[in-house]
Write a protein that binds this ligand. Structure first.
Ligand code: NAP
Length: 348
């Protein structure tokens, strides 16, 4: 294990903002991970686990503890008839893995194409998009317990998956380091085409689209929203969606809906769990008066998606936070809804 010092973190994040890590380890094996945890424990350092850096805002001062980048790589594949299980190391690139499953004709992850980051990050917030969530296909998660240094295996139900949540970002936050994830996919399965954006892409198609066509369509939709990392696209220098789509009680939704109708506004919404409605945060942001492209210094709202805060070049974390605060307070005063942030904040 090699321990580096004062390592700039901005280049390791998609937003490209923030200061250095006091200590930094890139782990290529399980024993590196264990040693890094012990290094932090013996020196009483805070430990932060970094994956693809695609959902992360680092403070301008950086982080005074140890950043552990999990770079374990490799995929094992086993098949039982058309049921195919892929066991994937946490450091593998997510979209490369999805491409591989699509090439093999395995359904279940095609709508999750084009999402930046690494495999190990996906169970943590139960990544989902366009009608699929990883919780639908994850069979097991292998992780190192930071307290006991033991390796644990969690079944799907033990992961406690919910909307954008699991035990790993709620009740057991910061306890486990994900090493490997197993996905159970179906060879020959049909692609999922549930969301309007995707249905539109295939409205004129004859016959049912292939997994590859759906993957390409999802990437195209994401590219148009600057939610695909494309070098040189400064609307894509973001941490993805900066705010979660709020899920509010049905009663609160009805009251708000009546209020907005009196202003000739129709509030879009989608069913959520019993007694709740899900609202598109992007609509709230735009209707609170923020046009796409609105900027504050070098921090801006993406010109192509109202939910992404982008770094137009040389933005500081302080500028990003000031813009975030401005958006939250205006959405709160307009709609009575406190937008929750989605990225992880480090060193604040
Ligand atoms: P979008 O497609 O404009 O959708 C906005 C919201 O409407 C989302 O909450 C989405 O629900 C909901 N929605 C749209 N069509 C729906 C349908 N047919 N049934 C139920 N709910 C529907 O959102 P976007 O911001 O451009 O993002 C595109 C996709 O990527 C969405 O699925 C979004 O949730 C996902 N995303 C996921 C993450 C993450 O996992 N952390 C981060 C950013 C974006 P869902 O959220 O349930 O899809």
């Amino acid at each position: 294990m090699i321990v580096e010092q004062h390592v700039p973190l901005a280049p390791l994040t998609t937003l490209g903002v923030g200061g250095p890590a006091r200590y930094f380890v890139e782990a290529h094996s399980e024993s590196d991970v264990r040693e890094a945890v012990q290094f932090a424990q013996t020196r009483d350092l805070a430990l932060f686990v970094l994956g693809g850096g695609s959902n992360l805002l680092v403070s301008d001062a950086g982080f005074s503890g140890l950043v552990l980048k999990v770079s374990l790589c490799g995929t094992n594949r086993t098949a039982n008839g058309n049921d195919v299980t892929f066991q994937v190391a946490a450091g593998d690139n997510w979209d490369t893995f999805v491409a591989h499953t699509v090439e093999e004709g395995c359904a279940g992850l095609e709508c999750l194409s084009g999402i930046p980051g690494s495999v190990g990050g996906t169970p943590v917030q139960n990544v989902g998009a366009y009608g699929q969530e990883v919780s639908e296909t994850i069979r097991e998660v292998e992780a190192l317990d930071r307290q006991s240094l033991q390796k644990m295996t969690f079944t799907n139900s033990e992961c406690g998956f919910a909307y954008r949540a699991s035990i790993f970002n709620t009740i057991e936050r910061d306890r486990y380091i994900i090493l490997r994830v197993s996905f159970a996919l179906r060879r020959g399965g049909k692609p999922t085409i549930r969301y309007a954006d995707l249905q539109k892409m295939f409205a004129d198609a004859t016959g049912s689209p292939t997994l590859l066509q759906v993957r390409n369509a999802v990437r195209e939709i994401r590219r148009n929203k600057a939610m695909l990392i494309v070098p040189g696209d400064d609307d894509a220098r973001s941490a993805g969606s900066f705010f979660k789509n709020p899920v509010i009680p049905q009663r609160q939704f009805e009251d708000l809906d009546i209020k907005l109708r009196s202003r000739d506004l129709i509030l879009p919404s989608f069913p959520a769990s019993d007694g709740f409605r899900k609202l598109p945060a992007a609509w709230l942001v735009e209707h609170a008066g923020f046009a796409k492209g609105y900027s504050r210094g070098a921090a801006a709202i993406s010109r192509r998606h109202a939910l992404a805060i982008v770094n137009r070049g040389g933005a500081t974390a302080a500028e990003i936070i000031a813009l975030k605060n401005e958006i939250q307070s205006r959405v709160l005063s307009e709609f009575g809804i406190q937008l929750q942030t989605e990225p992880v904040f480090l060193g604040f």
